[in-house]
Design a protein around this ligand. Structure first.
Ligand code: SF4
Length: 563
C-alpha cells in the first residue's frame, strides 16, 4: 500500500460521520468490501446496514474496503444517482490498481480473518477477483488455507446464482443480513482456531449460508418484521451522489412480480415498515440532513405513502425517492419530490406496447404512462427519464415502433406545457436472470439488439428525445454470468483487465461458447443454480413463465392475477 492510499483513506474518514473505529485485540476482523467505487458503495443502504450489523457485535471489528478497476461501457453503469450527476459518478470511478486497503485502519485485506463482499451486480465479479488478486489472497477457495481470510459474499445476483463465483468464495450469504449475521458470527466465534475444512463444514450448517465446497442446499432467509430493525444511513458523507440525504428504507420487496425482475422475486414478500417507526427514523435523519431519501423497490407502492409524505413535509423534510411506479403513482409524493429539490422523475414502462408489458407482467397501461408524463409536465420537471428494455421475450418489430411512438407522444405532451423538460429514453438489453420466470428464456443476440437500438436512435434523433443505451456486448457478458456455472471460474481467473477482447480470449482458451449460456434452456434442464432455494412457492416461476407464453401465443391481454 502507498502513502497516497493511506492519506486518501484518512481524508475520506475526515469527511465522514458515523464510521466505527475499534481495537482489533481479541476480535474477529472483518473487511466488508464493496467491489466498486466508494462513490457507488456509499450510496448503497444494504452495504451500510451490513457494516452496522457486523459492528453491533463486540466480538467483531468490521472495516470497509472498496475496489474498482473500472471498465467502460459495462451495463448497469448508469450511476446518475437519484437526481442526476453521471459525470461526477464516472469521474469517481477512475480505475486504480493498487491493493485495496480498509478505510478505518488502512490495513491490507489479507490481514483480516474474513473478507465479506457486498455484490450488487454481476459485472462486479471482475472487481471481486481483482481485489483478491491485488491483496495477494489466493483466488480460489481450494488454494487458501488457515493463513488466509475466509472469503464470503452476499447480494442479489450471487444469491440467485452463485455458481460462476463458486470456486472463488468460501461461502455465500443467501438473503437478508439481519437474519443470517447473528448465526454467522456465532459460527465464526465457535470455529476460531479450527482448520479450514471444519470451519467450512460448520458454516454450511448456518441457515442461509451456502458453502460451494460442501454443495449444501441453502434456503434464502428474510426478515419477517421490518420494524425490528431501523435500516437507514449509518455513515454520512458528502462524497456520493446521495450525499445531501439521509437514506431510510420504507419497504423491502415488491408485490408486482414483473417476470424479468430479480428484485421482484428475490426480496419477496413485500414488507412495509410501519408509519410510526418511519417517523422516528425521519426525526433521527433530520438531525443530520434536511433531505430524506426514501428507499424501496417501489416507493410509491408504500401503503401509507400519502400520509407519510404529508407527515414528513410537516417535519420540514425535503424528499427524494429511489424508485417510482407509474401505478400507483402518488401525486402527493411527486409534488413533494419536485417541491423539495428533485430535478429528475424516472419512470420505467420497460416496454413500448401494452402487449409486451403484459408479457413481462409490468401491469401499466399506456394511459398510466401518459398520466405520469402529464404530471411531470404540470410540475415543469427539469428531466423526465424512461427506462426501457430491448430484446424482451416475445418482442417484435411493432413493439420497437410502439416504444418510439410512446416517446414521441410523451414528447408532444411535454411540448404542450413544459417544452424545456428534457426527455431521456434509457435502453437496456434484456438479460435473463436466474431466479425469475424468464430464467429459461434466450437472450437476443447482440447484433440484433444493436439494430433495434439503432432504429430507436434514428427515429428519435432530432425529435428532442435523448437516447442512451448500454452496450449489447457487455450485456451478453452479464447474461453469461447471470446463468453461468462453475466452468466460468477458468475464464474469470484468467482476466486481469475486464475488457471485451480479454473476455473473448479467456472464453476461447477455456473452450466455452457463450451461446451455451445465452440460448433458451429446456424447462426440464438441471439448472446450475439448483442448490439455491429462494423460498418461493413451488412452481411459481414455471406458472408465471407459462402465463407469459400463453399471452405470446394467443395475443390477448393478461389479468396478471397471480401474486
Ligand atoms: S415493479 Fe419494479 S421492483 Fe417491482 S417487480 Fe416490477 S420491476 Fe421489479
Amino acid at each position: 500500500m502507498s502513502w497516497k492510499q493511506i492519506d486518501e483513506a484518512r481524508r475520506r474518514l475526515e469527511r465522514e460521520q458515523g464510521f466505527v473505529i475499534k481495537g482489533w485485540g481479541g476480535r474477529i476482523p472483518i473487511a466488508l468490501v464493496y467491489p466498486n467505487s466508494y462513490f457507488l458503495g456509499m450510496s448503497s443502504l444494504g452495504f451500510q446496514s451490513v457494516y452496522k450489523l457486523f459492528n453491533a457485535y463486540d466480538s467483531v471489528v468490521c472495516e470497509r474496503g472498496f475496489y474498482s478497476a473500472a471498465t467502460t461501457g459495462v451495463p448497469g453503469a448508469d450511476t446518475e444517482g437519484w437526481s442526476g450527476s453521471s459525470q461526477a459518478a464516472r469521474a469517481q470511478q477512475a480505475a486504480h490498481r493498487e491493493p485495496p486497503i480498509s478505510l478505518e485502519s488502512q490495513r491490507s485485506l489479507a490481514d483480516f480473518a474474513v473478507v465479506a463482499f457486498s455484490v450488487s451486480f454481476e459485472m462486479d465479479y471482475f472487481n471481486m477477483i481483482g481485489a483478491l488478486r491485488q491483496a495477494g489472497i489466493p483466488l480460489r477457495s481450494s488454494e487458501r488455507d488457515e493463513r488466509h481470510p475466509l472469503v464470503i459474499a452476499g447480494g442479489p445476483c450471487i444469491t440467485a446464482n452463485p455458481e460462476p463465483m463458486a470456486d472463488f468464495v468460501d461461502a455465500v450469504v443467501m438473503g437478508e443480513g439481519e437474519v443470517i449475521i447473528p448465526a454467522l458470527i456465532q459460527a465464526l466465534e465457535e470455529t476460531r482456531g479450527l482448520d479450514r475444512e471444519d470451519v467450512l463444514k460448520q458454516l454450511a450448517t448456518v441457515p442461509g449460508v451456502y458453502v460451494p465446497a460442501v454443495r449444501n442446499q441453502a434456503v434464502r432467509q428474510w426478515l419477517k418484521d421490518l420494524d425490528c430493525q431501523k435500516t437507514a444511513s449509518v455513515i454520512l458523507t458528502p462524497d456520493t451522489s446521495l450525499g445531501d440525504m439521509y437514506l431510510m428504507e420504507v419497504s423491502r420487496g415488491c408485490a408486482w412480480g414483473c417476470r424479468f425482475c430479480l428484485a421482484g422475486y428475490l426480496f419477496r414478500p413485500m414488507r412495509p415498515r410501519s408509519l410510526p417507526v418511519l417517523l422516528e427514523m425521519a426525526a433521527e435523519g433530520l438531525r443530520h440532513r434536511r433531505r430524506l431519501g426514501l428507499v424501496g423497490a417501489a416507493v410509491s407502492d408504500y401503503p401509507w405513502i400519502d400520509e407519510l409524505v404529508g407527515r414528513l413535509r410537516e417535519m420540514g423534510a425535503g424528499l427524494a425517492a429511489s424508485s417510482l411506479r407509474l401505478r400507483p403513482l402518488s401525486r402527493k409524493l411527486v409534488e413533494a419530490l419536485l417541491a423539495t429539490g428533485a430535478h429528475t422523475l424516472t419512470f420505467a414502462p420497460e416496454a413500448g406496447s401494452e402487449r409486451l408489458r403484459d408479457i413481462i407482467r409490468k401491469g401499466i397501461s399506456e394511459d398510466e404512462v401518459f398520466q405520469g408524463v402529464k404530471l411531470a409536465a404540470q410540475f415543469h420537471v427539469r428531466r423526465l427519464k424512461f427506462y426501457f428494455m430491448v430484446g424482451l421475450p416475445g418482442e417484435r418489430d411493432e413493439d420497437i415502433q410502439a416504444l418510439i411512438d410512446l416517446c414521441l407522444a410523451s414528447r408532444a405532451i411535454l411540448d404542450s406545457s413544459s417544452p424545456s423538460t428534457e426527455l431521456v429514453a434509457s435502453l437496456t438489453p434484456f438479460v435473463p436472470k436466474a431466479g425469475t420466470p424468464f430464467q429459461w428464456e434466450a437472450m437476443t443476440p447482440a447484433p440484433e439488439i444493436m439494430e433495434r437500438l439503432d432504429r430507436v436512435r434514428r427515429a428519435l434523433r432530432r425529435r428532442h428525445v435523448q437516447v442512451r443505451h448500454e452496450s449489447p456486448e457487455w450485456s451478453a457478458v452479464q447474461g453469461v454470468l447471470a446463468r453461468g456455472d462453475r466452468r466460468l471460474a477458468d475464464v474469470l481467473a484468467e482476466i486481469e483487465r475486464a475488457d471485451l477482447p480479454s473476455w473473448q480470449k479467456a472464453m476461447d482458451a477455456a473452450g466455452i461458447d457463450a451461446q451455451e449460456y445465452l440460448g433458451s434452456l429446456p424447462l426440464q434442464a438441471e439448472l446450475p443454480w439448483c442448490s439455491v432455494d429462494t423460498a418461493l412457492p413451488k412452481g411459481l416461476l414455471e406458472r408465471q413463465r407459462s402465463q407469459a407464453i400463453q399471452i405470446m401465443e394467443n395475443e390477448q391481454g393478461c389479468s396478471a392475477a397471480e401474486a
